[in-house]
Write a protein of this length. Sequence first.
Length: 421
Amino acid sequence: MISLSDRSSHYGLLMGNFAVSTLGWLVTAGLMLLDPQLLLQHYYQGRTIAMVHSFTLLTISPAILGVLYQLLPVVVEGALASRPLAWITSLLWWTGATGFVISRFFNLAALSVFAVLLFLAILLFLLQLTLTVNSGHWNGPARLVVAASLWLLVMALSGSFMSARVSGALSGFSLMQWHTWTGMIGWFALMVVALGTRLLPMFLLSHGMQERWALASGILLAVFPCLLFVAMLLDWEFRWIPTLVAVLGYALFLIYLFSCIRKRMRRRLEAGMSLFVISFAFPLIALILLMAGWDVALILSTTGRASSPAWSAGAALCMLAGFVGSATLGMSFKILPFMGWMAVQSRVPQSTTSQLNPRSLAAPALQRILLVAYPISVIALLIGMHYREVLHFAALLFLICTLINAAHFIYIVREVARRSL
């Protein structure tokens, strides 16, 4: 069993990245509410790309950075290589991601400048990871974290190729599809598995967990982008092979997840862990949508008509907002109060914090509201993509959820500041 208290706290780094992530949630929801039709367009269309990247670059990725700066030293039993380097990397990422999204709307010529900043941030991030792991042990979860980060680098390169209209062996459209699914599986899903492998036993108090199922899941997800690339090169008839690998990886981590739940000492599942568990329903919905879309495409191809992009866009919505979004929110409900508690412990005499615990820094009522409202908002968006009269309501509900999340973040920051005086 690992303990975050075994290593020094990087509270400022964590909260700085989560502050940007909180703003990213609001920006994504605001764009969605201002123009819900973006969800109905193909997700490779310019303005839709901006909205998607406000979620991937401004919302989820900063949260991952913040968590890794705190958790990775604990996982490898080492120390964060350089706090200044972590701040420089974070600042480069925040600037590059913000500029990337804004330039998508107002100045495409500036896109390359911000892409360079993001690329530099990724290189520094990989350097930080390597040095940090070298200070401890190269164990399974650490290798999965590095593998996911390498796929992030490859995604940045493929994005640069697309911007330069260079697709190589793949068609431009196939490269965009590969870029999208590599991001969802190779970066986000693999990182959820890598972090969840150690966070789940810690937060559920599950002792004696064997990580082999989780590590096997991570290995399969790590090779998925390679198999998808080969399938696209050879023939789309082979697309079932990478799909099967991803599904098997998903199933193996589910075995690990339910094993952690079954062996937990903390009998009551709190809102954060419940939302994390719920998040794993969305990849299954995405798979159903993809399979349905393939059947529709096959039928339409016999009649000479093109298939609607709604099926693949719906699957992407399930993977990003549904799976990755729910998992990120769920873990944040546990991580932020815990790190806030550690920060208070380090700032005031222990005798004055004897009655303080992480839950006293959180807002359970807001967490319970999001536990119900957020998954409903994603399902409503999915329904709205097919029944447009629902779309505005769904976008509004999604915005309300992001506002509640912002209120929860502000509450924790305020409580930590108040109790540190």
